[in-house]
Design a binder for this molecule. Structure first.
Ligand code: GYE
Length: 305
């Protein structure tokens, strides 16, 4: 226990809360959908939202949380850019007796713990997402593949765990080989550039696994620019369930995307209510995800982002 409050700090029940939401970036459809979901739920409830966008900077995100502490918000929803960068901010909020709920990305558990330094982590099972892509890939290729992997932002929990889930499953297949695995920063244009470079060293690639849809869309552009036919000579798969990826599935250029739901508004505010009501929360509140293929992409287009 620290300072003058419980560990994690308690949240007093109120009709309306002043909620901080620290977003790590807003340069892609997934982030925009998440922010819209949080804002919509806050306004539905008449809660005040203090919103910040760290623009992909860990340092800015730390100072964003510090400014929320200075503004004495009741509770902080934090989407930490990497597992380590936000540890000081989590501990400072705790010292200021403000509870933190992590959403969409986790922190390093050796440096901060749920039900102690922060309340809980709400988010997807990233290992399972990677494994689901690998299992689909094993089916689609008959277990024979030369793979290029485009990783999410180095040090971000979904990048670490989506790699683990996929790579561990692929290791069980003697006919599958990862030719190269490189950081594409969860970003479309970085994904395109990294793919273009890796293609020169590995023209024999048959599968691209991207840790998010944005990088997969970038990789499809790079493949086409190099005279390849995504969906025919190279199979592409990724994670998120964006509109652009569903359209790529519909037009045959992408094989599958495992959903990573960005709709955090309802679950985050329900969790705030439960916590204020004294419910003991699980260390991890697992978000359930769908998977999209040519069989269901079209019907899910209207709910995509
Ligand atoms: O998959 C990706 C975004 O943290 C789960 O971050 C999230 C991931 C999402 O940049 O597109």
């Amino acid at each position: 226990s620290g300072g003058g409050c419980a560990s994690p700090p308690k949240l007093a029940k109120k009709d309306h809360y002043k909620v901080g939401f620290s977003q790590n970036a807003s340069n892609n459809p997934w982030r925009l959908a998440e922010t819209a979901s949080i804002k919509e739920e806050a306004s539905k409830r008449g809660d005040t939202l203090v919103y910040t966008d760290a623009a992909n900077s860990g340092d800015k995100q730390v100072s964003d949380v510090q400014s929320m502490i200075a503004q004495k918000v009741d509770v902080i929803l934090l989407a930490p850019i990497t597992e380590k960068a936000l540890i000081p901010a989590v501990l400072q909020a705790k010292a200021a007796c403000i509870p933190v709920i992590l959403i969409d990305r986790d922190v390093d558990h050796t440096l901060a713990s749920p039900n102690k330094d922060y309340v809980t982590f709400i988010g997807s099972d990233f290992v399972q997402q990677g494994k689901r892509v690998a299992d689909w890939m094993i089916q689609a290729t008959g277990g024979k593949a030369k793979i290029i992997e485009l990783e999410g932002t180095t040090g971000a929990s979904p990048a670490i765990l989506r790699k683990k889930g996929f790579d561990d499953e692929v290791k069980s297949q003697s006919g599958m080989q990862i030719l190269a695995s490189q950081d594409g920063d969860f970003n479309r244009d970085t994904g395109r550039k990294v793919m273009a470079t890796l293609l020169q060293a590995h023209p024999d690639v048959t599968v691209v696994y991207a840790h998010n849809d944005e990088m997969a869309i970038g990789a499809i552009a790079a493949l086409k620019a190099a005279g390849k036919h995504p969906g025919k000579d190279v199979i592409v798969a990724s994670i998120d369930g964006e509109k652009d990826a569903l359209n790529a599935i519909i037009n045959g250029e992408e094989g599958t995307t495992v959903q990573s739901s960005p709709f955090f508004g309802p679950v985050s505010f329900q969790t705030i209510d439960q916590y204020a009501g004294g419910t003991k929360l699980a260390d991890w509140i697992v978000v359930k995800d769908m998977q999209f293929t040519k069989d269901n992409a079209k019907e899910n287009l209207p709910n995509s982002f």
